[in-house]
Design a protein around this ligand. Structure first.
Ligand SMILES: [Zn+2]
Length: 496
């Protein structure tokens, strides 16, 4: 069905993401050189990764193990065998002039990942994930910073041969929010299974977005452009939004969208054309003759299967159920392993009854404060034990929530012993009904004119009066009276 475009035509975006993840193995994909970010240039190199004549690749077994872990975590099929191919293209920082990659027999096929969208859970299908080697890195010296117009260029082969997994989603993503949710969840999953440090800023996780638009209701996909060079979730979101708007404007004005690779310019906030998009046959793929097919053994599959850790989605569900915390708090904890550990230890000391308070205090009072100071939680003065004790005092009504916040502020700042600080700061909450009743009586006697207005007051007025008496009682008790008890005493004394 072809839809006639008018100015009122509604469009939808169709987005697929290709994510390259650098695997954090000790050595490279086909040689024993260290896989180490930040070494001096050309120090982690050997004849294999420099592609000297006569050198032969040997597959790193750990890479296959990592690929199997990814297979488990993203619900992929892992076929009996997969095959390496040579992908031929010229690039100055690729010493072989081809990249050893996988083509029509990748190690992982047909996976999926669930993401949370504004309309609930959505399943994004993943077409494939395959193993391949990274290229080197060139630096173009001169005012342009690019190859064209450079005075000269330097090349560092440390990264050549570093193992990558390329994870290719199906075009199931429909907005920049979903694209960000997908990458963010994928990052959490890969981090939890310990296969990569997944840092977008350092390039150990690189995202390319294939974006097209079509009128709502049209089956046929529009022409897509591939966007590169987004190095944060934020730039991914901005680049996708820009590209959707650009393509809709083109289609509306009757101009064609060109199939091409586009470069995201973070400062300019727009994409620009880099080169026309290659087709698969431009790469002249052929099976790598120096490597046998990869056939993971049953033992290896079983070893990986039985050693899989809890995945982020499972962990969130468990926390929401067992700790009675919100989904958003569970997300915050699961995406911050150090903070999760901090709360987890507190809960193991104080029991699951304090889990809800411990989580919210940890996120707002502790982590919030530490973020401002730029301090990591594992070196902060406050301990999990402190947090557990504060939460237990709140649970036993010995400390109000406001007092707990004051106390946590001190602990975050300089640490200390909870029981001594409670004394020192005069933070003990008074819950003795007799003592509190005496205060309420005194306040009501002192403000008898206001009490006299109670009988004829409407609901709004009563609320105000109650707040007023409450304030006076709290002041009288120097902030130490239990507010719930004060409230119920005031209510019962004023009557209906
Ligand atoms: Zn090497």
């Amino acid at each position: 069905m072809t839809i006639t475009i008018s100015k009122d035509t509604q469009f939808e975006a169709v987005i697929g993401l290709e994510v390259h993840v650098e695997l954090s193995t000790a050595t490279k994909l086909f040689c024993g050189c260290a896989n180490d970010f930040g070494s001096d240039p050309n120090t982690n190199v050997c004849p294999v990764c420099m592609a000297l004549p006569g050198s032969l690749p040997v597959l790193n077994e750990r890479v296959v193990e990592f690929a199997l872990r990814i297979g488990e975590a993203l619900d992929f099929d892992v076929p009996t065998q997969s095959v390496f191919h040579r992908k031929n293209y010229f690039y100055p920082d690729m010493p072989k002039n081809f990249q050893t990659s996988q083509y029509d027999q990748p190690i992982c096929m047909d996976g999926k990942l669930e993401i949370q969208t504004s309309e609930g859970t959505k399943v994004i299908r993943i077409e494939r994930a395959h193993m391949e080697e990274d290229t080197g890195k060139s630096t173009h010296v001169g005012s342009s910073g690019r190859l064209h117009g450079a005075d000269y260029s330097l090349v560092d082969y440390n990264r050549a041969g570093v193992p990558l997994m390329e994870i290719v989603s199906r075009p199931d993503i429909s907005s920049s929010q979903e694209a960000r949710a997908y990458v963010s969840e994928l990052r959490a999953v890969l981090k939890s299974i310990d296969v990569s440090d997944v840092k977008m800023e350092e390039g150990s996780m690189r995202v390319d977005a294939n974006v097209s638009v079509r009128p709502v209701g049209q089956e046929q996909l529009g022409i897509r452009a591939e966007i590169k060079n987004m190095n944060s979730l934020r730039s991914l979101g901005r680049a996708v939004d820009f590209e959707i708007a650009r393509q809709i404007a083109l289609v509306k004005s009757g101009e064609p969208v060109i199939q091409e690779t586009r470069h995201w310019d973070e400062n300019a906030g727009k994409t620009s054309s880099m080169r026309s998009k290659e087709e698969a046959n431009d790469y002249r793929y052929f099976p790598e003759p120096d490597l046998v097919p990869v056939v993971p053994t049953d033992d290896m599959r079983e070893m990986v299967h039985s050693s899989m850790p809890e995945l982020p989605a499972q962990k969130r569900t468990r926390l929401v159920d067992d700790w009675n915390i919100s989904d958003s708090d569970a997300r915050t904890l699961v995406s911050n392993p150090e903070l999760y550990e901090f709360v987890q230890v507190a809960v193991s000391i104080g029991g699951t009854d304090i889990a809800k308070d411990a989580t919210s205090f940890a996120i707002i009072e502790v982590a919030g404060e530490l973020n401002e100071k730029g301090l990591a939680i594992d070196v902060a003065p406050i301990t999990s034990e402190n947090l557990a004790q504060v939460c237990t005092l709140v649970a036993n009504a010995e400390l109000s929530r406001n007092q707990a916040k004051t106390l946590l502020g001190y602990l975050v700042d300089r640490g200390g012993v909870v029981s001594s600080l409670v004394q020192e700061l005069g933070l003990k909450q008074v819950s003795d009904t007799g003592a509190l009743e005496a205060i309420v009586d005194e306040v009501l006697a002192q403000y008898s004119d206001d009490v006299a207005q109670w009988a004829d007051a409407d609901e709004g007025k009563r609320k105000k009066l109650q707040g007023f008496f409450m304030g006076k009682c709290m002041a009288q008790s120097k902030g130490q009276g239990n507010p719930q008890i004060f409230n119920s005493l005031i209510e019962s004394k004023l009557g209906n």
